[in-house]
Structure formats: structure tokens, C-alpha cells
Write a new protein. Structure first.
Lengths: 277, 632
């Protein structure tokens, strides 16, 4: 009876090189393996994400690269999204207002992810899909010098409608957080560029028209039984205004700027992004 | 992600070469002649995004303005390599150049590009490229392509001067400067001389470098290829010169000290004035014969060897995944996809598409596009190849069906009406019996609901009963819409008359009577009957429709591709279809492959679907619905 047991105990406590080796191996590898399995998915995922949307050749990618290097790169039509880690001085963030000027955290930087998307018509649905409830804000880039606003407005309509739906679904659960949208009126260096207020008026007009047309248009196939109607903004059938979006938790801001020149969009975007963080 | 390196070699041979990422950032480019970025932009939109193949090119090259583009992609890194050159020239080695440049670039900078959350990389690729282009020029120029143009050395010299001007400007990023540009340019010049459009100012004070290159070339030729004719092959002559001047510049790059040395060279050329040339020339000549040559040669070799080493190392990692590990990876993921891996999954997808009534031709092309887009990509963790292929096909279908510009008929009509008195004209074409008149009346019903004043023009003057049929529709619609406030009228001129003229008269009449919209019904015609199809061009010219919709049956199979193509081409070079109406969708269940076939063949979007017998059974396309049915 005792013999086999004793034998095992003996074997365990005997200074066998194999046993020693295995023990050492286990001691060193198990924590490492555990660590790699358990902790890998964490990390930089929690950085706030800002999405760059807008029609093709409005200057999204150039704006993005302005954050990567002092001189924006030359770009061509994008076909795929690109994300970039960027940072702003912590003093610019909205929360810094409440801190003492001696707070050491003000000397650091606040990091965030800026995500560029392709603006070609065929790739827009996928770009819009990247807009999720985790997105902290949207920078919608438009070419302020364009004469035809219907394309930009059409895209903006889908984006805003998506934001509205996200807000509606999320606010049902917990307290509503406002969703920040910046309409970046790009290319202000061009002679024909319109001021931000004028762009706002034009886009409001176009969005109102699109909203009207969508409501009266033909239903999509397979959507006949859908109850909820897509109606951008709050209730009434009057003119569309960006203010009406605030009631659904979406704040729209307008800024005029250019990728050319001393500071380009950086300063303006830093301020805006700071106000969202 | 998308980087296309565009290198413009020489004005003459290559106008530009570019390396871009798929996200649109230009990583590296070399231009030998000014090339408008719009050339590359329209290439990306047309070929890479909309997947349109220019007729006659077989998808291998792309022509825009006076340029021809060739490209290759590195999917794993999301890179696009583009070469732009004058269409007039036939360059046989472009493909080889693209391939080798791709290999070089990916092995040199691949690691940098794989880092997440970065946009640009520092690349000093010019020298590698120059060395490569030389080799190719030498190889093909000497062997395959004997003389095409006579290139006297004297003609060549002015070119460098313009180059040196460029050099003199203080380079903001010296490392990125085009070190190789100068050496190559002489060659180009020689070649380009017949092409006037290249802006080159032959300055009186010829820069020494120019002279040098010319000289060297002569010397080279004498030494190296005594047998080669002096005037033989444009490419032959440039090559040696490139090599020579390239050596000097290149050396530093290989060692990583490019900046300072560049500066020195710059100074040289800047200071050169006319009087100095003679002296310089001598100086250089001596060097050439003396030790400098040998030294230069040595340096060149160094870079050349590096390039060769990279080019030869290939595919080492492709083979490594064989055996147990490769087998394991099939399930765990993280495997680099090769053609063999995907063959089975792709064949399965193709069968699936064919079962959904997608035309053979379209299914083949979709699968081929998916294959080329996946080649070289890595599967995600715990992702099987089937799943990867499936989602890629799904994405491809989605992209095919998504229109570049969405159509908002009501808005367009309003816009047009607010601009002038001419009504908005929509005409409907199609093969016999697909439901042209039915869909026309459905559209009419929709317009009437929106309180438009609509005129229906009966331009089917061929088939007996066609006019009467429309008359019945018009009467029904009138009754239905009386309460809504719409107005509808039929414009008919009986049978046997010329349809195009009736259409024109109808539009004129509508303009006089202040109609908002004119809907023109046409006779059904077989798409492969030249005689019937040819009348469409005249029709499009006379009626000048704002929109031409083609009705296609969801029931039709393989023929859908040819129907769409032929109708699209029938309106002449100025006009094409604006959209498809796919009728009888309610009769095919989930076999809606015709949708894909027609859109794929022409790149024209589906605007409406007919889903029933009633006037209100008209729907717009819902892409997720279509993709869901096709992939189920």
C-alpha cells in the first residue's frame, strides 16, 4: 500500500533534472502565457475616436496628414480608411477648465484617434458604418468653394440621420451624451470659398429639400413594413435647421479653414476636439 | 492604406511613377514631366473603385488624356504602384519595372508600413529606383529594342540644366529629394526631344552635370559596348549615363548621409556658369578615365547588389508556411493567402453566384477581382479562408450595387422646372416584353402622387396595340390621380411614324402646355439587332431625354450582360443609360442575380425595382436587402 505512494513522493522530492527543468519551465511560461491571453485585447482601444467624413476631394486625407507631420502630404483619391493617433495639449480639453493651473496633468497631452475615410460615392456606406456609438465626434469636411452642394448635403444627411438613430437608441438606455459634429468648411484659401455662415444656410436649405424628397419618395424594397419613419431633426415639417438637431443630442458646429497656410486646420481642430474631450 | 508610388521617369519614357497607399497618401513619386494629379485620381475612381474596364484595354492598362497608366498593387500593405507614361510610347519593360519596384519597396519599407496608426513613412527610394530603371533600360534597350530615335549627345545636354535648377532650390526634406532624377533626365531628354510638350528650358549656361552625362555616355559606349551603334536605342544610351551620375549620388544614400552630399552637389551645379563648363568638362573627363570611374563603379555595384539581393530573396516566407504549421494556420488564421488556398473557396462562391442567376461572365469577373484583392493578405485570427472569401465577395457585391451618385428623381425634376420651361424628359427602353409600359405607368403614378403634370408620349409606333395599351393606362391613372391633384395626358400619333420625331413633338407640346414631366415609351427591340438599335441614337438626339432608363427582366439569365452593354452603347458616344429598372422581381425569389450582372457590365445603377402588378408596386433598391438575398 505505502510503497507506491512512497515511491511517488520520493520521485517528486528527488532532485531529478527533468523534474527540475519542467518546474522551471512551468514557472516561467505559465505567467507569460496567461498574460498574453488575458491582457492582449486591452490597450489603446480606449482612446476617443474622431471620424473624418465628407465627399471626395474635400481634403480629408490632407487634413489627417497635417496631424502626422508639419507639412501635409500630397494625396490622391482614397480607397480605404486610415487611422492616426494624434494628440492635443491637455490644456485645451474641456475638462481642464476645472483644474488648478498647477495641476501637473495639464502639462501632458491628450491623445485621440483620428480616422480618415474614403469619400467616393461607392465607398460612403462603409465609411458611414464606421460611425458607431463609441465615436466621440465627427468632422465633416466640405469644400467651401464648391458650387454644387447637393452631393455634400446628401452625404451629410445620411451621416446626421445615422447619428440621430444612434442617439435615439443609446439615450433610451442611459443619460444622453451630446454628439459633436464639426462641419469643416475647407479650402478657404480659394477665391470662391464661402463663409461658414453661408455654408450653413446652404446646407440647411439642401438638407430640408432632401428630407422632404425622402419622405415623399419611393420606398426601398423590403422596407415596406417598417414603422419608424426617417425624419431628420425634431418633429415639425417646417424648414430644417441645425438647431433642431440639438434636441436629439447632436450639436453641429461650423468652422472655416484651409490646409494651406501657417497652421492649417490644426489649431482650429485642436480647439474643437479639445472642447469635445 | 493605399499608396501608389508614382515615379515619373523621364519625360520621354515614363512621365511619372507613384507609390500610393490605399488611404490616398502619396508615399513616393517621381515625376519627369508634369502630370496632372487628376490623371491618377480618375484612374483610382474609375478602375480601382468603380472597377470599370476601359474597352479594349483588357484591364491591363488605363488611358487618360495623352497618358497611359500601368499599375500593380501590394494588398497586404495596401500599396498601389503606378507608372504613367506618354501613350505614344511603347515601353515593354513597364510591367517588369513595376514588379521589381514593388518587391523592392515592400521589402525595404514593409515594416514601417505595418505599424498601426501611422500615415507616412520616410523613404529614400529614389536611388533604388534609379538603379532598377537603369538595369531594365540596359537590358531591354540593348537586347530587345534597337534604334528607334537618334539621340545625338548634344541634344541631351540641355536637360540637366533644368534639373539642376530644381536642385538648387533648398530642398526642404533633402532625404526625400529625387536624387535619381538628375541622372535619368538626360536619357529622357534625348528621348523626349521629339515630344514638344515637356517644358524644358535649355539654358545657355549649360550646367556641368549635363555635359558630364553626355560625355560619359559617349565614353561608356566606347568602352562598354563597342559594338553597339551610337545611335542605337534611345534606352541604351540613357542607361549608361544614368548609371554614372547616379553612382555619385547614390553612394551617400546607401550610407544614409544623403543630405550633406546632396548639398554639395547642388552647389556645384548652381555655381556652374557658362565659362566654367569647359574646365569642368575637362576635370570630369579626367576623372572618368581615372580612378573616379573605378570608384564610382564600385559604389554602383554596392547598391546594385543590395537591390539584387532583395529581388532574389523572394517568396522565402511564402514557402515557410508549409507543413504542420501551415495546416494549423488554416484554422487558427494568420495565414497569408495564396492563389491555391483560395481556389476552392472561390470556386464555391462562383457556383453560389451562378445559382443566384448571376451571369457567367459577371460571376467570373467578380471572383477574379476578389481573388486579386485578397492575394497576399493575411487572414485574421481564427478566421477560415471560406469566411474571408465570403465576406470579400459580399463587400464586392455591395460595392458594385452602390451607386456613385444617388438618384433623387423628385429633386431633379424640381430643379429642372425651376430653371426653365423645358419639361423633364424620361424615356424608357428595353427588350420586347420586359414591361416597359407597365413600369412607365408605375413611375407616372408615383409622379402624379407628387402632383406633377405628366405627359405620356406613345412612341411605340411598331407593335399593334401598344398605343391602346398606354391609353388604358393613362385613363386609369387619370381616375386614380384626380383626387391627388395630378394631371396626366397621352400624346399619340398613331402607328408607322418615326418614333424620334414623335418624341420631339411631344416634348415641344409639353413645353407649350407647361407639363412638368414627359414620359416616353419606346418600342421593344432586340439588343443584338443592329437595324433596330441604330435608331436609338437619333432618338436620343432629338428627344434629348434627361434620363434614359432601361427595363430589364429579373428572369433573364446570361443574356443580361449583353443586353445592358448593347443598350448602353446604342445612344452614341455622347450618351449612355442613366439607370436600370429591374422588373418582375417578385417572380424570382432570391435569384436576383440579374441585378448584379447588369450593373457589373455597365457600372450603371439600378434605380427602381418592379415587384408586382399594381401601380404602387415600384421600389427603390435596398442594397442590404439585395446582398442578403444573394449571399443567403
Amino acid at each position: 500500500m505505502a510503497n507506491p505512494l512512497l515511491g511517488i513522493i520520493d520521485a517528486i522530492f528527488a532532485p531529478s533534472p527533468l523534474g527540475f527543468f519542467l518546474a522551471v519551465l512551468a514557472i516561467f511560461t505559465v505567467p507569460i502565457l496567461l498574460h498574453s491571453f488575458v491582457f492582449r485585447p486591452r490597450g489603446s482601444q480606449t482612446l476617443p475616436t474622431f471620424l473624418l467624413l465628407g465627399p471626395s476631394s474635400s481634403g480629408k486625407t490632407t487634413l489627417l496628414t497635417a496631424f502626422a507631420s508639419p507639412t501635409p502630404s500630397e494625396t490622391r483619391v482614397s480607397q480605404a480608411p486610415l487611422s492616426l493617433e494624434a494628440s492635443i495639449p491637455a490644456t485645451l480639453t474641456a475638462s481642464s477648465k476645472f483644474r488648478s493651473s498647477n495641476d501637473p496633468s495639464l502639462r501632458g497631452t491628450q491623445k485621440f484617434i483620428l480616422q480618415d475615410t474614403p469619400g467616393h460615392g461607392k465607398l460612403r456606406p462603409r465609411a458611414a458604418e464606421m460611425l458607431t456609438k463609441d465615436t466621440r465626434g465627427v468632422v465633416f469636411v466640405v469644400d467651401a468653394s464648391t458650387t454644387d452642394w447637393s452631393d455634400a448635403a446628401e452625404y451629410l444627411y445620411t451621416v446626421l440621420l445615422r447619428i440621430q438613430k444612434l442617439q435615439e437608441s443609446s439615450s433610451a438606455g442611459k443619460g444622453a451624451r451630446t454628439f459633436n459634429v464639426l462641419i469643416a468648411c475647407n479650402k478657404s484659401d480659394l477665391f470662391t470659398a464661402l463663409p461658414a455662415q453661408r455654408v450653413r444656410k446652404l446646407l440647411e436649405h439642401e438638407l430640408g429639400r432632401i428630407r422632404e424628397a425622402k419622405a415623399r419618395g419611393i420606398v426601398g424594397v423590403g422596407e415596406e413594413d417598417r414603422e419608424d419613419e426617417d425624419w431628420l431633426g425634431e418633429g415639425g415639417s417646417g424648414d430644417f435647421t441645425f438647431e433642431s438637431l440639438e434636441e436629439v443630442g447632436c450639436v453641429v458646429d461650423f468652422r472655416l479653414g484651409s490646409n494651406r497656410g501657417d497652421d492649417g486646420w490644426r489649431k482650429q481642430l485642436n480647439e474643437w476636439i479639445g472642447s469635445c474631450l | 492604406m493605399s499608396g501608389a508610388p508614382r515615379t515619373t521617369g523621364n519625360a520621354t519614357t515614363i512621365a511619372a511613377r507613384t507609390i500610393l497607399t490605399t488611404s490616398g497618401i502619396l508615399l513616393w513619386s517621381k515625376k519627369y514631366a508634369p502630370v496632372n494629379p487628376s490623371v491618377v485620381n480618375s484612374f483610382i475612381s474609375d478602375v480601382l473603385i468603380e472597377e470599370r474596364v476601359q474597352p479594349g484595354t483588357d484591364g491591363k492598362y488605363y488611358k487618360k488624356d495623352s497618358y497611359t497608366l500601368k499599375w500593380t498593387t501590394a494588398n497586404d500593405l495596401g500599396l498601389i504602384f503606378i507608372a504613367v507614361y506618354q501613350s505614344l510610347l511603347q515601353i515593354t519593360w513597364i510591367d517588369e519595372l513595376l514588379d521589381t519596384v514593388k518587391k523592392l519597396f515592400t521589402s525595404l519599407y514593409g515594416d514601417q508600413l505595418k505599424k498601426p496608426n501611422t500615415s507616412t513613412i520616410q523613404c529614400h527610394f529614389d536611388d533604388y529606383f534609379a538603379s532598377r530603371i537603369q538595369d531594365l533600360e540596359k537590358k531591354h534597350g540593348s537586347a530587345a529594342r534597337p534604334s528607334t530615335t537618334f539621340v545625338p549627345p548634344t541634344v541631351i545636354s540641355p536637360a540637366p540644366s533644368s534639373q539642376s535648377e530644381k536642385w538648387d532650390a533648398p530642398p526642404p526634406v533633402p532625404g526625400l529629394m529625387k536624387a535619381s532624377a538628375r541622372p535619368v533626365s538626360p536619357a529622357i531628354n534625348g528621348l523626349t526631344t521629339p515630344v514638344p510638350e515637356i517644358p524644358r528650358t535649355p539654358s545657355p549656361g549649360m550646367s556641368s552635370s549635363g555635359v558630364i552625362t553626355a560625355k560619359r555616355r559617349g565614353g561608356r559606349r566606347r568602352r562598354g559596348k563597342a559594338s553597339a551603334h551610337a545611335s542605337s536605342g534611345d534606352e541604351v544610351s540613357p542607361a549608361p549615363s544614368t548609371k554614372k551620375s547616379g553612382k555619385k549620388l547614390r553612394k551617400w544614400d546607401a550610407e544614409g548621409n544623403a543630405d550633406e552630399d546632396d548639398g554639395q552637389v547642388l552647389d556645384y551645379s548652381a555655381q556652374d556658369s557658362g565659362e566654367e563648363t569647359g574646365r569642368k568638362l575637362d576635370f570630369i573627363d579626367q576623372k572618368e578615365w581615372g580612378k573616379k570611374t573605378s570608384k564610382g563603379e564600385f559604389v554602383l555595384k554596392e547598391l546594385g547588389e543590395e537591390v539584387q539581393a532583395i529581388l532574389n530573396q523572394p517568396d522565402a516566407n511564402a514557402g515557410s508556411s508549409s507543413g504542420a504549421l501551415g495546416f494549423f494556420r488554416k484554422f487558427v488564421g494568420g495565414k497569408t493567402l495564396t492563389k491555391e488556398d483560395m481556389d476552392k473557396a472561390l470556386a464555391g462562391m462562383k457556383d453560389h453566384l451562378l445559382k443566384k442567376n448571376v451571369a457567367q461572365e459577371a460571376a467570373n469577373d467578380i471572383v477574379k477581382n476578389v481573388e486579386s484583392s485578397l492575394l497576399g493578405q493575411k487572414t485574421g485570427s481564427f478566421q477560415s479562408i471560406d469566411a474571408v472569401v465570403r465576406s470579400a465577395v459580399e463587400a464586392a457585391i455591395k460595392r458594385i450595387l452602390t451607386p456613385t451618385n444617388s438618384l433623387d428623381l423628385l429633386r431633379e425634376i424640381q430643379q429642372k422646372r425651376s430653371r426653365g420651361s423645358r419639361p423633364y424628359v424620361i424615356s424608357i427602353v428595353g427588350v420586347n416584353g420586359v414591361g416597359k409600359s407597365t413600369n412607365l405607368s408605375k413611375i407616372c403614378f408615383f409622379l402624379l402622387q407628387n402632383k406633377f403634370k405628366v405627359l405620356i408620349a406613345a412612341c411605340d409606333t411598331f407593335r399593334s396595340g401598344a398605343v391602346e395599351q398606354l391609353r388604358v393606362h393613362a385613363r386609369n391613372l387619370k381616375e386614380l390621380s384626380e383626387r391627388e391633384g395630378g394631371v396626366v395626358e397621352l400624346y399619340e400619333k398613331g402607328y408607322g411614324k418615326d418614333a424620334a420625331n414623335i418624341a420631339k413633338d411631344a416634348v415641344d407640346y409639353a413645353e407649350k402646355e407647361h407639363f412638368d414631366v414627359v414620359l416616353i415609351d419606346t418600342a421593344g427591340r432586340r439588343h443584338n439587332d443592329q437595324r433596330l438599335m441604330s435608331s436609338l441614337e437619333k432618338f436620343a438626339k432629338l428627344a434629348a431625354p434627361d434620363k434614359i432608363f432601361m427595363v430589364g427582366e429579373a428572369l433573364v439569365g446570361t443574356d443580361s450582360v449583353m443586353q445592358a452593354r448593347n443598350f448602353n452603347a446604342a445612344f452614341g458616344s455622347q450618351r449612355s443609360l442613366d439607370g436600370f429598372i429591374i422588373s418582375k422581381c417578385d417572380t424570382v425569389g432570391d435569384m436576383i442575380g440579374t441585378l448584379i450582372s447588369m450593373v457589373f457590365a455597365t457600372g450603371i445603377p439600378v434605380v427602381f425595382l418592379g415587384v408586382g402588378q399594381n401601380y404602387q408596386d415600384l421600389r427603390t433598391l435596398n442594397i442590404s436587402w439585395a446582398v442578403g438575398l444573394l449571399m443567403s
